[in-house]
Ligand binder design. Structure first.
Ligand SMILES: [Zn+2]
Length: 304
């Protein structure tokens, strides 16, 4: 009998749910809005899981791996999800009680990193660092095939590494100068806004800044290089700790491709402890499905 597993990514507005085979095929995927009320949200998830399972009567479902936007303890207890308006919630218990199957829970960004390790850009790695560069910076750290989530579930929050590039810029976390304030799309736009032509534009996107840099605009080039330097230095710091085989860059800004990768890699090479320097840099491959694959990987690749 074919073994399958659910990967479920609970976001602030949308829940993504997929059924994944042991071989790594995404058999079915659904998206639906996140119900505001907690028990309604879990009832909704369970109803969708049952409907999906009904279409695969020959499959044996071994569990559900769930990603949530908050710190997670013991693959079960979520310590407050600001985006969802939840307090401490035992997500594993809520779902396993409804479905009668094992449930494991992880932080969504950490889970996306595990998904990339199993079926995406990090395939074949045992040690991986990922930066997801969008409005903010998320990501995760995998050591010896396992997610580093740490003592209070805050492990792998790579966007909040303290950096020296923008010491006066506040971060959403309450600190100043985090990696995220320099190198996220938000940070790139804020830095570019100090110069023409971006100062005068009604709307600026990170892509506008990358395009201008590619077209030879020196200010845009400086902004892009500085964001790359911050990411590359952060990768070098983690490189000395984790000594990964690969560093992956994902998120909206990774659409810039080599224009993002090159300055990051250059800054990494300049700053890394040489014995940890043999690292491949690449783009993440799974996009919005990374969390679904990561959820399934919790069961297919991680022993208890
Ligand atoms: Zn921060």
């Amino acid at each position: 009998m074919r073994q399958v597993c659910f990967g479920i990514d609970i976001g602030g507005t949308t829940i993504k749910l997929g059924l994944v085979s042991q071989e790594g095929d995404l058999l079915e995927k659904r998206e639906f809005p996140t119900q505001r009320e907690l028990s309604a949200a879990f009832d909704d998830i369970a109803a969708n899981m049952r409907q999906v399972l009904d279409s695969f009567p020959d499959a044996m479902c071994i569990g559900a791996g769930v990603g949530v936007p908050g710190p997670v303890l013991n693959q079960s207890l979520v310590r407050g999800c600001v985006n969802l308006g939840w307090g401490d919630t035992d997500v594993a218990q809520e779902l396993s009680r409804r479905m009668g199957m094992p449930v494991k829970v992880e932080n969504d960004a950490n889970l996306a990193t595990l998904g990339e390790l199993w079926q995406g850009g990090g395939k074949g790695c045992r040690n991986l660092v990922m930066f997801t560069v969008g409005t903010g910076i998320g990501g995760g750290v995998i050591c010896d095939g396992r997610i580093v989530s740490g003592a209070s579930g805050g492990g792998g929050e790579v966007g909040h590494l303290p950096m020296s590039f923008r010491p006066d810029w506040p971060c959403s976390c309450g600190k100043y100068g985090c990696l995220e304030v320099t190198a996220s799309a938000t940070g790139i736009i804020r830095a570019a806004r100090e110069f023409s032509p971006f100062k005068e534009m009604a709307e600026v996107t990170a892509k506008d800044v990358y395009d201008a840099a590619a077209a030879g605009d020196e200010n845009a080039r400086r902004v892009v290089d500085e964001a790359g330097a911050a990411l590359g230095t952060a990768a070098a710091i983690l490189g000395c700790v984790v000594n990964p085989e690969m560093v992956l860059l994902g998120g909206g800004v990774s659409a810039a491709g080599r224009a993002l990768l090159d300055p990051v890699e250059a800054a990494f090479k300049k700053n890394v402890f040489p014995p940890c320097g043999n690292v491949r840099f690449a783009l993440a491959q799974l996009g919005n499905n990374a969390g679904i694959f990561g959820g399934a990987a919790l069961f297919f690749t991680q022993s208890a």
